[in-house]
Design a binder for this molecule. Structure first.
Ligand SMILES: Cc1cc2nc3c(=O)[nH]c(=O)nc-3n(C[C@H](O)[C@H](O)[C@H](O)COP(=O)(O)OP(=O)(O)OC[C@H]3O[C@@H](n4cnc5c(N)ncnc54)[C@H](O)[C@@H]3O)c2cc1C
Length: 488
């Protein structure tokens, strides 16, 4: 059986970043990337709906090691995909990828200090590969299906029903009446994009979300890029955005009423005094209890002002032949219905893990530093921030894994296992978001602990201290197969 030091699963933003860090910081380590699909890019290759874009700025969604060169800070999906592909090609990471290898199981043997990873190959055959360390960069949602509630009467609807995760190439919506169900990032992206050519686009939401407008182009950043070396400008803007994000998040948590008033007031400024902001843009929850929705240059508000798009807040009774009937009795006529109802969260791609033949239920483990799992050796995974760009945490996670691998090599230790060992640690939910997609899946997630190193920071500055400079020994047992000696 083929053996490598490290298997990375997934060739999205995180997997390509992990490959870079590994070959830069641990150049003596062999690695492969197993990718289930036939392409690089993950999310940015999969999602093809009109207007698909980032909803955080590219100075923090871009890699720390590769400045984002685009003029737009809120970038379109194809540009982000190109950036990931270019990064992979530039550093030769693309040569390490085995495409069409979908990982199903991973079995750890303490005797051998190795994982045996089984993937389904391109022809449906099982492919086995062994490795000392397994690094899951498989994202956080199910690629095979999105969240699709069962709407009664959907068979009666005469038009086409589309889920944004599987956008059909042949969908022609020019001159058509479209209803987009949802109020999240995807819905607020789709509505103005489709409104450009559709006859009418209605965003149908059960309840409102905080929607915040930000300039698509960051003028200060572009000025700095013209006047400073690219890397320095990138670093400065990145840190400015990180610190602003942390400041705003903390303000929202400390003074929710004030922040709510300000955010809703900004929408009122956009839509004018006659618009029913209270019904359509005033959420019942506090800012940052769920992710805020960003709209570049207020494009959603412009589409509403121009009468090309509208928002309806109500509950669906059923789909009918001509559209959607609400519980109020109102019927929204539609030729196309887009169910922007969200993702189905998935932890570590539902890979079946076992340690020495015993199945591992990750929901029963405690998450270590946001990346490893109590009592599971040599396994790490990337899970980005919920309140900041994913890549900020992905970069730090990969950096930390490299520190761990180098420590193991230096000490001649082949196993690194997080162990709890502190009775004062209390269990806390992994995420404290109230969003539906989090509530639906949280029981499948590990818990986090009430204290370091089991506590998730959700704060880049604190994580820089913990993951770049903090001790690799805290609650970590280093050992070898034969002796299981405790090293720390
Ligand atoms: C429409 C959309 C917009 C987003 N915008 C933002 C944003 O603006 N800012 C932000 O911070 N985040 C955003 N996100 C979250 C986004 O997913 C992350 O930012 C980032 O792209 C995740 O990268 P990743 O590599 O960790 O995961 P993914 O992009 O999901 O890539 C995972 C890869 O792993 C592969 N894989 C999965 N399971 C297996 C398996 N078992 N075997 C082999 N391969 C496997 C997949 O095929 C895929 O290629 C957005 C998400 C969506 C859906």
């Amino acid at each position: 059986m083929e053996h490598v030091d490290v298997v990375i699963v997934g060739a999205g933003l995180s997997g390509i970043g992990a490959g870079y860090h590994l070959q830069t910081l641990c150049p003596d380590r062999s690695y492969v990337i197993l990718e289930g699909r036939g392409a690089i890019g993950g999310t940015w290759d999969l999602f093809r709906y009109p207007g698909v874009r980032s909803d955080s700025d590219m100075y923090t969604l871009g890699y720390a090691f590769r400045p984002w060169g685009g003029a737009k800070a809120i970038a379109d999906g194809p540009s982000i995909l190109q950036y990931v592909r270019d990064t992979a090609a530039h550093y030769g990471i693309d040569r390490r990828i085995r495409f069409n290898h979908h990982v199903k199981t991973a079995a750890w043997s303490t005797d051998k200090a190795a994982w045996i990873v089984t993937a389904t190959g391109a022809g449906g055959e099982d492919v086995e590969i062994s490795c000392n360390f397994l690094f899951m960069c498989s994202g956080y949602y199910n690629y095979a299906r999105g969240h699709a509630p069962d709407f009664p009467g959907s068979g009666d609807f005469a038009g086409r029903i589309v889920h944004p995760q599987f956008w059909p190439d042949d969908l022609d919506y020019a001159g058509k009446r479209v209803v987009v169900i949802g109020s999240g990032a995807t819905a607020v992206t789709l509505v103005p994009a489709m409104a450009e050519t559709a006859a009418q686009v209605t965003m149908l939401q059960r309840s409102p979300t905080y929607v915040v407008s930000r300039p698509a182009e960051d003028r200060a950043a572009n000025w700095l890029k013209r006047h400073l070396p690219a890397k320095l400008a990138y670093r400065l803007v990145r840190w400015r955005n990180v610190l602003l994000g942390i400041w705003f998040f903390r303000l929202a948590r400390r003074k929710p009423a004030k922040v709510k008033e300000r955010l809703v007031g900004m929408v009122r400024d956009e839509l004018g005094p006659d618009y029913d902001v209270a019904t359509h843009f005033t959420p019942r929850y506090n800012p940052w209890d769920q992710r805020l929705c960003l709209v570049p240059d207020g494009d959603l508000f412009a589409a509403i002002r121009e009468g090309k798009a509208s928002v309806v807040t109500g509950t669906i009774d059923r789909f009918v032949r001509e559209g959607i009937r609400l519980q109020s009795g109102e019927v929204l006529p539609a030729d196309i219905i887009v169910t922007a109802t969200g993702l189905e969260l998935q932890l570590l791609s539902d890979v079946a893990f076992n340690v020495d033949g015993q199945p591992v239920d990750l929901a029963k483990t405690l998450n270590y530093k946001g990346m490893m799992f109590s009592d599971v050796p040599n396994l790490a995974s990337t899970f980005g921030y919920t309140n900041a760009s994913w890549t900020l945490k992905a970069d730090l996670t990969a950096l930390y894994v490299c520190r761990l691998l180098n420590t193991m090599r230096r000490r001649g230790m082949r196993q690194a296992t997080p162990r709890i060992g502190d009775a004062r640690i209390e269990e806390v939910p992994f995420l404290d978001f109230t969003s539906g997609y989090v509530r639906r899946a949280i029981d499948k997630f590990p818990r986090q602990g009430s204290r370091k190193p089991w506590r998730l920071n959700q704060n880049y500055a604190l994580d820089v201290m913990a993951l770049r400079f903090g001790s690799v020994d805290s609650s970590m047992e280093f050992s070898n197969p034969a002796t299981n000696r405790r090293a720390a």
